[in-house]
Design a protein around this ligand. Sequence first.
Ligand code: NAP
Ligand code: MG
Length: 484
Amino acid sequence: MNSPTATPEWEYAPAPERFDPGIKDRYRLFIGGRFVASRGRKTFETINPATEAVLSRCDEANSEDVDAAVAAARAAFRKWSRTKPKERAKYLYRIARRIQERSRELAVLETMDGGKPIRESRDVDIPLVAQHFFHHAGWCDKLQYAFPGATDPRPIGVCAQVIPWNFPLLMLAWKIAPALACGNTVVLKPAETTPLTALRFAEICEECELPAGVVNILTGAGETGRHLVEHPDVDKVAFTGSTAVGKRIAASSAGTGKRLTLELGGKSPNIIFADASIDQAIEGIVQGIWFNQGHVCCAGSRLFVQESVLSEVIAKLERRLRTLRVGDPLDKNTDVGAINSGPQLATIQQYLTEGTAEGATMHQPSTQSLPDKGFWCQPCFLSDVQPNHVIAREEIFGPVLAVMSFRTPEEAISRANDTRFGLAAGVWTDKGSKIFEVASRLQAGIVWLNTYNRFDATSPFGGVKESGFGREGGLHGLRGYLSL
Ligand code: NAP
Ligand code: MG
């Protein structure tokens, strides 16, 4: 699969073949600038989902560890919030450069811990991580100009940040870079299945001599995240994850005075009009749903095809699916890697069973064999899907596409908007007027036109409806970390 999602602006280290990223047997929590053992002495394993091999053990932070990390962030805030903006910028530039220098090791680590193809970690995730730090380094001393009329934009304070496993280091960058640029301090919890790049990032903070306590990393499970977001001395909560957990956090934050941004789930429509360049649209569909095994919040998981080209699109999709290579994520020719965890694979399989039981037709044309070990799902799509089918309504978060058809633009718009989510949407057509008309009526935070899954640090990202609120990236993203 081509990976046109990021536009690398510099050259990277050569393709990581069998590169040893130097994983330690045991990782501790990063609190107040030091790696310390959890007070509860509990640990958990992180595995490679492509082999099921244990990669390392990490400490599981309990409520006392959360107290210590929040206290460290509070103490550091006094100084960091008053550090001259041009000095803060130097730290962010230093971190960005170090990420570039260590990009090979970070890409391998990301792929081993989470299962995504190395080509994606190397060409998309890690370059975008560096770009986020470079971009936000540039904002540090321009905040007054960013918001005309706001004479003294101030940081909010201590930020509790909780992230998911699908883009581990990239989600960290989306959270930490703007927070630090605006003068806040952070306590971040990575997902339980993908803690390793966040811990490596803690080492990078040490190397860059970031003042102690400005960034704290707590590994642990959902309970660690709950303690963190419910901590009374936290000023802002930034969460990316499922809508179910997001709703719980919104309820527990209500009335506390904490600022809150939520980036949640999606069931995004990708609409193909008959006048579109069909071959180009096929690549957009592939990119929209099979990128990162479909573990993408904005995945184009509901495909709406204009009726007159439906059979052509289905035939071409089948052909294209046969060419996707599924397997070893560390092989640079792999297109689709491993499913992130056993439970996630079970969830996907359950949806596939439900989809066919409801009457949808399964298309899984590849005859490739899959590795014996690890968690794997052949990329597939289902046709004959009805709008009320479970697979058309719920987020599957796997390499599964639901294909539906429409006759008129009006029908496409109303069916696309018939969802509780509103994260992203795609529109494929040759007609400029149709692009603007349809895009302006879609209920989605992001609308891609004749492209899909493009990300850039300068562009705001975020949802409407049950996909959350607040924006990350660009000028809009700074608002979530400032008192204006
Ligand atoms: P999740 O279960 O909601 O977990 C996200 C994070 O929250 C993890 O670090 C998790 O820890 C933690 N957590 C779990 N329960 C918590 C609680 N009660 N309080 C605080 N934190 C808690 O979601 P996921 O399955 O990891 O990720 C997939 C979801 O993320 C999908 O729905 C996807 O659409 C969404 N997502 C959204 C965006 C976006 O920008 N809109 C981006 C990426 C992903 P554990 O890892 O230990 O469970
Ligand atoms: Mg793992």
